[in-house]
Design a protein around this ligand. Structure first.
Ligand code: ATP
Ligand code: MG
Length: 380
């Protein structure tokens, strides 16, 4: 499954553009401030109905516009599909699949997406919460049926916390916590099993990709659960042992909501001891390790890589370009196409962005693989 076309209407600095994408590597080039990251964000928004950049969705609306719209064309095994997401402040987002409003809970035909933005380095160097959320998204991508475990755990956690508040205020007896300890431990054990399985699955690929991308010492991914036990009964005992402390502090201090995933390099934590370049390579290795595992299951994600080449040395750029070009679809932004090995070869789609307009080079029709003619609706 891959994207063939994207249309942006009143999205960020784009009034109205249409871009055709090739099935392999696509390069988006342009000066600082031209709109490269905006284009990636537009693709991400079209696929997920969320921003990969901001929690304030209004920012995506072009200044002065009232509705933003992203339309994507997806080539799937059963033919072409059209996805559309509309954003109008104060309204629910409107998602259409092949022209019809998408029903809640129905998954549209769309590729998985993996995104590298410079500020995603926080995944390596930031707090554990970001790594937990990322790991849980991987679990959902690997085993869609297990995606609900995280939400079930979160609900049990918030119920337990609410009850702790009531016990603390003298409004409920401590014994009522037994039931929530059992519930939390049950979902917690499932969540931990899924996380452990996902880390186990991608960790050899992470080590291989980290080495391939030039981390000098062995890279290692390690699940770091908070609980010592890994079964529901054991977790419940650990919760019970901490109950009085929890009541004193007013919340649940122990459990898988405190888990982490350690990224190591030569046995040292990259979070605290890695250089900026090593953290960048580790993040790329993680995203590509995930791609490896998903590709082996027939669902390689679309890779959106923003400004990934700028801080890599030339040897690492070559290795990354080879990896990006090896399989699946990707969109890579750069200020300078000479930073993306192979971009000037003629069979890579290059989209040049300037002040909210786009021009495609070479025109898709002239590329080696035959494709439909481009229609760039660039406007100043
Ligand atoms: N909602 C909006 N409406 C209009 N213009 C916007 C909006 N949001 C951002 N912009 C403009 O978009 C431009 C930035 O685009 P973007 O972040 O995509 O640049 P870029 O090409 O990625 O640059 P860099 O190489 O510096 O990362 C800025 O000029 C900014 O003012
Ligand atoms: Mg940018």
């Amino acid at each position: 499954m891959h994207l063939t076309r994207i249309r942006l209407r009143d999205f960020r600095n784009y009034e109205r553009v249409e871009v055709e994408l090739g099935p392999g590597l696509n390069v988006v080039a342009g000066a600082n401030g031209a709109g490269k990251t905006n284009l990636l964000e537009g693709i991400y928004f079209g696929l997920t109905a969320r921003s990969c950049r901001t929690s304030n969705e209004r920012e995506m609306l072009r200044l002065g516009a009232e509705v933003a719209r992203v339309e994507l064309e997806v080539a799937a095994e059963d033919g072409m599909h059209a996805l559309e997401v509309g954003l109008e402040p104060g309204q629910d987002k409107r998602i259409r699949v092949d022209g019809a409003l998408a029903a809640r809970g129905v998954d549209p035909p769309r590729p998985l997406v993996s995104v590298f933005l410079p500020d995603r380095l926080d995944l390596v160097k930031g707090a554990p919460a970001g790594r937990r959320a990322h790991l849980d998204r991987l679990v959902a991508a690997l085993w869609p049926a297990r995606g609900s475990t995280r939400a079930a755990y979160a609900r049990a956690l918030s119920q337990r916390n609410a009850l702790i508040g009531r016990v603390r205020g003298g409004l409920a007896g401590e014994g009522l916590l037994d039931q929530w300890d059992t519930e939390l431990a049950r979902h917690g054990a499932e969540l931990m099993a899924d996380r452990a399985a996902a880390v186990e699955l991608i960790s050899p690929a992470f080590t291989a990709r980290a080495g391939g991308l030039g981390l000098p010492e062995p890279g290692e991914l390690r699940y770091a659960p908070r609980c010592k036990a890994d079964d529901a009964e054991g977790i419940r005992d650990e919760l019970a042992a901490r109950r009085s402390g929890d009541i004193e502090r007013g919340f649940t201090t122990h459990g898988p909501h405190r888990d982490d995933v350690a990224l190591l390099h030569g046995g040292r934590l990259l979070r605290t001891l890695g250089s900026q370049g090593q953290q960048r390579v580790a993040l790329l290795a993680l995203l590509f390790a995930e791609r490896d595992v998903l590709a082996a299951r027939g669902t390689p994600p679309l890779m959106l890589l923003d400004d990934v080449m700028s801080e890599l040395d030339s040897a690492r750029r070559e290795r990354l370009a080879a990896l990006v070009g090896s399989e699946g679809q990707s969109v890579v932004t750069t200020t300078d196409t000479s930073h993306v090995p192979g971009a000037d070869s003629g069979d890579v789609a290059v989209i040049v962005v300037a002040a909210g307009t786009t021009v495609q080079h070479p025109p898709p029709a002239a590329r080696k693989a035959p494709r439909r003619a481009a229609q760039s609706e660039a406007r100043a």
